[in-house]
Design a protein around this ligand. Structure first.
Ligand code: FAD
Length: 489
């Protein structure tokens, strides 16, 4: 039976279907206007084409799909893994997508797979709404939708719980209960790629502030389609440069995900899409008791392999172009980049080859993923720093556009490198600027360092999670042994 909450009535099988699916009356707001069609608007269109290409890949490459128990060919990242082999297949499908953007897209359709699968498998956690969760999972999976997730409450005043704010309507909460569902109102701070999504999974994360019984209205988890009446998606400024050629900023042009602020202006949610309702414990504990958030982090870890590989390759190319590849300092930096890349691969292997039981099936090794989560801000910063040091200041002194070289070819020889001509070197350094220094790069760094939790919280969580490891006993055992040895020698 088709639920009345279903907005998309047939699977999205290829890029054309995807582009068509976005013309659904959604309200995306950009520079004071409601965007008529995101697939045509210059701030959004290139990314819709990139996602369309991902959908085309799904239709072209059978290795990206699997047969579900409901008889659909679904995208592998949505599979509920039952063992290590499944985890391997899922990871390979995700890597295939990451290769399309050198790992520059943080939250593409593949990224959402394990997140929604993690939700779908965790039925018992969501009792009495287990069936709702399962139906949503199957709907997104079988129709090959591209969902978003919004959990972070607006910062406003982190020292207060939502109900303590001067206006109780600021943070998203349930404002009305009806026979057929609930009405939600308020804001979520950020959802990456929201203008390109089909469904929005709404959860709750308010930093260190846990909800109490007084905040029951805020204890909501559910899902709404992007074209739900009342849902307003405010995209941040797009990074696509308005002038020049796409090769002046290829990554900003193609891969800007338009993080967005979401305002739910009395949005109706039918009961079928309510997963947690007026249950503060459940609204907060999903972070630790389901693998939804863990899978977000794991998706990043998988992607970082590709991204770091690209940074290393870029650094080698630049060092060759500048004639510095033979210098010892550069070689040390390149060696360190290789080490970081290899470490990502090793962590992925460690997570994948030590699966642990999950509600239904298995999940990747949590401690490995949480270790990555805790160290990622430091690692990412270091990798960027290394590539910047290798590339030097060339990126800051580029001509404004490759068009300048076309118009004034006499300058081409003056901007050449040791091994490449002036046009090729300018193209290369345009990439350096784009992925290391531009607005796009700066946002990319912010998301890679911070988007899975504030740096302090994640370290503290790791420490508290490790309490059961028996640090005191460990110290005492070692010291008893040392004392005994001292007496004996
Ligand atoms: C580019 C980008 C994309 C993102 N995409 C998404 C998305 O798609 N969906 C989504 O839901 N979220 C998304 N996020 C949000 C992300 O999950 C949060 O940024 C992250 O969880 C950290 O929370 P915060 O930014 O609210 O920081 P805060 O929690 O406000 O922390 C900011 C600083 O204040 C300190 N602080 C805050 N509260 C306390 C306290 N109680 N005690 C002591 N110190 C405190 C912290 O230590 C930290 O240094 C995205 C973020 C970024 C940057």
């Amino acid at each position: 039976m088709m639920l009345k909450t279903v907005s998309y009535t047939s699977p999205i099988l290829n890029g054309r279907d995807y582009l068509e699916s976005l013309r659904d009356g959604r309200t995306v707001i950009y520079q004071g206007e409601i965007v008529k069609d995101v697939t045509e608007h210059p701030a959004f269109a290139p990314f819709t084409r990139v996602v369309a290409r991902m959908y085309d890949l799904m239709s072209e490459e059978d290795a990206l799909l699997y047969m579900t128990d409901t008889g659909h060919k679904a995208f592998l990242p949505y599979m509920l893994p039952e063992g290590q082999q499944d985890l391997e297949r899922i990871r390979q499908a995700m890597e295939r997508m990451h290769r399309l953007s050198a790992g520059m897209i943080a939250q593409g359709p593949e990224y959402k797979g394990p997140v929604i699968a993690g939700l779908g498998a965790a039925g018992p956690y969501f009792e009495p709404h287990k069936e709702h969760v399962r139906a949503f999972y199957e709907y997104v999976r079988d129709f090959r939708l591209y969902p978003g997730n919004a959990f972070t409450d607006p910062q406003i005043d982190r020292s207060k719980r939502p109900s303590e704010l001067s206006n109780p309507d600021l943070v998203l909460r349930v404002v009305e209960e009806r026979d057929d569902g609930v009405v939600i109102h308020g804001a979520k701070m950020v959802s990456t790629a929201a203008p390109f999504n089909h469904e929005m999974l709404v959860l709750r994360y308010g930093g260190a502030n846990r909800l109490t019984e007084n905040d029951a209205d805020y204890a909501f988890i559910g899902a709404v389609p992007l074209n739900a009446p009342g849902l307003k998606v405010f995209s941040r400024q797009s990074f696509r440069p308005p002038v020049g050629t796409p090769f002046d900023a290829p990554f900003s042009t193609l891969f800007d995900e338009n993080d967005s602020f979401l305002f739910f202006d009395r949005v109706f949610v039918p009961w079928e899409r309510v997963f947690v309702y007026r249950d503060p414990e459940k609204a907060d504990n999903w972070l630790g008791q389901t693998n939804i958030a863990l899978n977000l982090v794991y998706g990043d870890l998988i992607r970082w392999q590709t991204k770091f590989q690209f940074y290393t390759a870029l650094a080698v190319k630049v060092a060759k172009a500048n004639g510095t590849i033979g210098f010892r300092g550069q070689q040390e930096r390149l060696g360190e980049l290789v080490a970081w890349s290899e470490l990502m691969r090793a962590l992925v292997k460690a997570a994948e080859t030590q699966p642990v039981p999950y509600y239904q099936g298995v999940m990747v090794h949590p401690q490995t993923v949480l270790t990555f989560r805790a160290l990622r801000p430091m690692i990412y910063k270091r990798v960027i720093e290394l590539v910047q040091e290798i590339a030097g200041s060339g990126a800051a002194t580029l001509v404004s556009s490759l068009k300048d070289l076309e118009r004034f070819p006499e300058v081409i020889d003056y901007v050449r490198g040791a091994t490449i001509d002036g046009v090729a070197r300018t193209e290369l350094y345009k990439v350096v600027w784009d992925v290391l220094h531009s607005d796009f790069a700066s946002r990319s760094e912010l998301t890679e360092r911070l988007h899975t939790g504030n740096t302090g919280d994640v370290l503290i969580q790791l420490f508290f999670g490790a309490q059961g490891m028996g640090f005191d006993e460990h110290y005492d055992t070692i010291m008893t042994q040392v004392k005994k040895l001292i007496e004996e020698v």
